[in-house]
Design a protein around this ligand. Sequence first.
Ligand code: NAP
Length: 359
Amino acid sequence: MKKYNVGIIGATGMVGQRFALLLADHPWFNVTALAASPRSAGKTYEQAVDGRWAFKVPMPENLKELNVYDAIADIDTVVSKVDFVFCAVDMKKDEIKALEEAYAKKECPVVSNNSANRFTPDVPMIIPEINSEHIEIIKSQRKRLGTKKGFIAVKSNCSLQSYVPALYPLDKFGVDKCLVCTYQAISGAGKTFERWPEMIDNVIPYIGGEEEKSEREPLKIWGKIEGDEIVPANSPKFTAQCLRVPVSDGHMAAVFVSFKNKPSKEEILDIWKNFSGVPQELNLPHAPKQFINYFTEDNMPQTNLHRNLENGMAISVGRLREDTQYDYKFVCLSHNTLRGAAGGAVLLAELLCAKGFMD
Ligand SMILES: NC(=O)c1ccc[n+]([C@@H]2O[C@H](COP(=O)([O-])OP(=O)(O)OC[C@H]3O[C@@H](n4cnc5c(N)ncnc54)[C@H](OP(=O)(O)O)[C@@H]3O)[C@@H](O)[C@H]2O)c1
């Protein structure tokens, strides 16, 4: 595989820092540009992040002296240095849409963590193991944008990265309705305990916009390409409650599900054990070998023990049992800034490279 020069827009933030760590020794990608807000522009990466590096592992040496550009004012410089960019910024939705489209229109593909374009009908929202075929909609998007190479592709919200992968492979039984309660880590808000001491010994029963994303985004993932857009599915029906819990990383979900044709417990376990997708077939660098890992012990999976499974790219499931109101209930876990954010975006970029969309 050829090497691609890549940029990180929002490099100073929580997800941006994760990108920096994941990309520092990536076999296909070489970080050649960093960008953030005007507050960080003109500083070295080390200066711009001073006092807010969020990880125990240090900042990669080869990035410390890179200049941080202004993502908007310096767009031409950034684009001249890269083949494509990753984007994770905290800005207003319309500003993010404008920023991502500006990069795409300059023939610079954007692989985004942001929610702003998730419901743009010709922007694919991908979990690579689940709906990789949706990348074909990029051809329609390029027609709309008037580009040859530029496009936007997004990953879905971190809250659903455990329960959608667990449910989607069971669809041959007709997943009918699903109730989910998520228990979400503070890094999902771009925070650490040092910067959010109110979260110590506390649970906050509200995460703005999260329940709507958790209920609505799965339907686009379940959707189909029709003409020049991805048409979301009508079912399964999802209802969600999302809670912020005092955990650094890792979103857990308690799931209740009913099927049109109820499978046996053994059928479900067999499907989970044998499930793999295009990233595994293509042997992409960030593809976990075993995507869905089922734990038989009653007190597993646990956030602290299992969030880093297969470098945080695998999901963990446990406690599958029959329910009194729904057919089954179970719990599942994924790492929110790895599989749920930067890692999921890196895997998506690998898929897009392998399928020729970055050339
Ligand atoms: N954290 C997660 O687990 C997670 C998961 C999935 C998706 N996301 C999404 O990823 C995005 C970033 O989240 P985060 O947690 O990394 O946020 P964060 O830690 O607050 O970082 C925000 C980043 O945006 C940059 N930024 C702010 N205003 C800007 C502007 N006007 N122009 C250019 N850059 C600007 C910041 O640069 P400065 O440092 O210069 O201010 C910083 O690099 C959000 O859209 C979020 O919803 C996060």
